[in-house]
Design a protein around this ligand. Structure first.
Ligand code: ATR
Length: 270
């Protein structure tokens, strides 16, 4: 019998996850179906349970439901617990298991695909919303020298800093506090790009040879243009998208698909 999976979100029609998982299934010879599931903003729980009760095996969760998915899960991985968000739900006899593959997806893209080692690097994360919460700990685990979290609303940067607080080398601040400090890697985890804006950061934050990483994919954002004009190497979030999907596929199917051909295929289509 074909095992059924889907990505649940609102909106969801734009999602590339069905394409990605179809490629993984083809590559590994697994017999699965993977669709898109639009949930009403106030109907996430009912949609998840409905999918499960109709025989579904698992769900990927996208905006704006990742926090709600974490709350709904009966058991959670440590990385999901730390992120207070789940992007992968698995249904089994013991209930709903919640996991979060976003952080590991980002790390694999940066280190594996982009060849940028994180150990010892000075890292700046812009934003302190759900996206930033999801990546904080996995990045720290790679041994970065310093993590600075800068956000438009400084109190939210402070809150995330406190959450990650058992690590001493973290700073939470506003964008204007970045003046005079340089970073090897700047990750845009704000949603500013979705409204064609860039976080108001100083030009000089990019150290020579710095990498600027935009977590959004599928569009050239003002942050990417700004970073390029500042001389940084620029990457978008497409690789992360495929890597987090591969980790979800591994959780569900026990095999790790190859990501490089899928990333190349998606790039050639955009
Ligand atoms: P997500 O789950 O996508 O992170 P979120 O929790 O709403 O969504 O957080 C959005 C993030 O983008 C926040 O850090 C937000 O800053 P504030 O906390 O000050 O609201 C940031 N953001 C959104 N638009 C922005 C803009 N135009 N400039 C800078 N930061 C922006």
């Amino acid at each position: 019998m074909t095992d059924r999976y889907a990505v649940i979100g609102n909106p969801v029609a734009h999602s590339k996850s069905p394409l990605i998982h179809a490629e993984f299934a083809r590559q590994t010879g697994h017999d699965i179906s993977y669709g898109g599931l639009l949930a009403p903003l106030d109907g996430f729980r009912a949609a998840v349970l409905g999918f499960r009760d109709a025989g579904g095996s698992g769900l990927n969760v996208t905006l704006p439901f990742k926090h709600e998915a974490w709350r709904l899960a009966d058991r959670r991985s440590e990385r999901s617990e730390r992120a207070r968000a789940a992007n992968t739900l698995t249904f089994d006899a013991d209930g709903i298991a919640g996991d979060n593959t976003d952080g590991v997806g980002l790390v694999r893209d940066i280190e594996g695909n982009l060849g940028f080692g994180l150990s010892g690097k000075r890292l700046l994360v812009l934003g302190a919303g759900g996206a930033a919460w999801g990546i904080g700990l996995p990045l720290l685990a790679q041994g970065v020298a310093r993590l600075t979290i800068a956000n438009r609303t400084v109190s939210r940067a402070e809150e995330l800093r406190r959450h990650l607080g058992e690590f001493a080398n973290i700073v939470g601040c506003g964008f204007e506090d970045l003046a005079g400090t340089q970073f090897d890697l700047v990750i845009n985890a704000t949603s500013a790009g979705l409204s064609d804006e860039a976080p108001a950061i100083p030009k000089a934050v990019f150290a020579p040879g710095a990498l600027a990483y935009e977590m959004v994919y599928g569009r050239a954002t003002p942050f990417m243009a700004f970073a390029r004009a500042c001389g940084a190497r620029v990457a978008d979030g497409l690789g992360m998208l495929v890597e987090q999907a591969a980790e979800s596929f591994f959780i569900w199917r026990g095999v790790r698909p190859e990501t490089a051909p899928v990333i190349a295929k998606l790039r050639s289509e955009t």
